[in-house]
Design a protein around this ligand. Structure first.
Ligand SMILES: NC(=O)c1ccc[n+]([C@@H]2O[C@H](COP(=O)([O-])OP(=O)(O)OC[C@H]3O[C@@H](n4cnc5c(N)ncnc54)[C@H](OP(=O)(O)O)[C@@H]3O)[C@@H](O)[C@H]2O)c1
Length: 338
């Protein structure tokens, strides 16, 4: 399984050419419990062999640790990798457990210097605003990001968790290569607005958490009972209490299609998001996260699965039945601003 290189695609008009599936690196240092650093590093290498070139991190992940972890790999493969990182989610020094959103130009300048230093690179290929602080006009934020392009610190710009109107306003200041927002069989709110705007503007789409944070693979049901005490998913309403069992039951058609394709439920979830985005006319590069070589082989192999119209129809009702929100605190998302 997974010995063949995946295809490539241009991520947004004028954006970087990358493998049609990227790699989410967050879990290698953050959010999903204990990590084996050697296996994580081997996963980075295996992904590259399989044609994965878009590697996704953020300064938030492990408070800089994830960027530092990627540094040695990047230095070995700088020309082969399209490196994406993000700014905006900062720690309030007065309240270390609280996150604040910073989109103001002085903060962006400070953030990019920190990321370049930790990553050990001269240029970030794709620099995202991770979250939007509505108090700062998007034009001001993107203007500051565009200045980094002019200075050669950044090559392409991206936005995470933005609305259609925010994307349009941003595109008026500088070309945006990609929107990165949550999109999966369980999370389809992007289809209500920003997806159509991205397609119209020629902006690429990078679905994050395309495996529903692992839940769509069937590898866990009750986060509180099955995951380690520091796992972020224990705080997510979909994976806790009565919601967890109700949501697990929604995977029945995913399992049935997996059996029909001699595939896994996770592969069906990945094939779905790829095809769904193509239906909207988008260039799409999902970034499933994994820390294991066998799973990167499984995930990249999903790019070769094609679901029929009847099969897609079977999966269509799932998202509307999901119990619980994407996050416990949705104020950190684009929901409500759309
Ligand atoms: N922009 C944003 O606000 C934002 C938010 C969240 C995430 N992200 C980015 O998106 C990336 C992906 O999202 P995500 O990691 O949250 O969720 P995801 O890709 O939906 O799921 C990742 C989880 O699934 C597990 N997994 C992966 N492949 C598997 C397989 N074949 N079989 C069984 N389990 C498998 C992983 O475990 P193992 O690692 O142990 O394999 C991990 O626990 C992140 O790494 C991050 O770069 C961005």
């Amino acid at each position: 399984m997974g010995s063949e290189k995946i295809d490539t695609v241009e991520l947004g008009t004028g954006g970087p050419r990358v493998g049609v599936q990227g790699l989410g690196c967050m879990g290698m240092s953050f959010a999903y419990g204990p990590t084996d650093a050697d296996e994580a590093r081997a996963t980075l290498e295996r992904a590259l062999e399989l044609g994965v070139t878009l590697y996704d991190t953020a300064d938030l992940y492990g408070n800089g640790e994830n960027e530092k972890f990627l540094g040695p790999f990047l230095r070995d493969h700088r020309d082969e990798v399209v490196l994406a990182t993000k700014f905006a989610l900062a720690i309030d020094p007065a309240y270390p457990n609280k996150r604040v959103i910073r989109n103001d130009p002085p903060y962006i300048r400070q953030a990019v210097e920190g990321s370049l230093r930790r990553l050990g690179v001269d240029t970030i290929d794709l620099y995202y605003m991770h979250r939007r602080a509505p108090s700062v006009p998007i034009e001001e934020t993107v203007g500051a990001m565009a200045a980094l392009v002019a200075e050669g610190k950044v090559k392409h710009l991206g936005l995470s968790e933005v609305t259609a109107s925010e994307l349009r306003a941003a595109q008026g200041v500088h070309p945006i290569a990609a929107v990165q927002s949550e999109w999966s069989l369980f999370s389809r709110d992007v289809e209500n607005g920003v997806v159509a705007a991205a397609a119209e503007l020629g902006v690429g789409f990078v679905p994050y958490s395309p495996l529903g944070r692992g839940f769509l693979t069937g590898s866990f049901v009750h986060a509180e009972k099955e995951l380690s005490s520091d796992d972020f998913r224990r705080q997510q309403p979909r994976f806790t209490g009565d919601n967890a069992a109700a949501n697990a039951a929604l995977l029945e058609p995913v399992r049935a299609l997996a059996a029909a394709h001699d595939a896994t439920p996770g592969q069906i979830a990945l094939a779905w998001v790829q095809q769904r985005a193509e239906t909207h006319g988008l260039s799409v590069v999902p970034i499933p996260g994994t820390r294991s070589r066998t799973r990167i082989e499984e995930n990249t192999a999903a790019t070769r699965i094609r679901l029929t119209g009847d099969e897609l129809a079977l999966l269509e009702p799932i998202a509307g039945k999901v119990a619980g929100g994407r996050y416990a605190d949705m104020t950190f998302t684009s929901a409500g601003r759309e």
